[in-house]
Design a protein around this ligand. Sequence first.
Ligand code: S3P
Length: 182
Amino acid sequence: MKDKSRKNKILLVGYRATGKSTLAAELAKRWGLEWVDSDDVVEKVDGRSIAKIFKESGEPYFRDLEAKVIADLLDSDGPLVIATGGGAPMRPETRRAMKERGVVVWLTASPEEIAKRMSGDATTGARRPSLTGASPIDEIVDVLTKREPLYRDAASFIVETDGKTIDELVEIVADQAPEFFF
Ligand code: S3P
């Protein structure tokens, strides 16, 4: 019988371009675990890029699919590191399931740093359609302000990423993540 009571997932949440996928891959390597990016799964399941899904089917369709993908990942048996899309914690049921099934790490960065990382990331065009129609920096400040209480609600702990190397971030998370997995 499946033991659904164990908290055996580690989830990385936070705004776009805060380093969730990069850190998920490094943490998984350190712990010898599998890792997955929920945006990758959404695109694979749907067969379209996120930008195309937003354009052709709208954001609510994307949010439903994202919630289903994350629920299924959380429902899987083994330990898993999950990098979530930046808007994943918007749904109360997703936040609840994340907290029930795992350790939730909230990665933060300043709006200026996020804007810089987003514009320098080759995946932004296909993965990060506009959420509000505002300019990049205005959108980041606006959406981040609205989402902060939701990230806070989901988070087991918070990690500030500005000015830190990936190795430093791995150490910080590895130090703080309770030993649920071993
Ligand atoms: C989104 C973040 C993106 C992707 C989609 C929506 C958001 O993921 O899921 O563009 O609403 O913040 P990343 O956080 O990996 O960029």
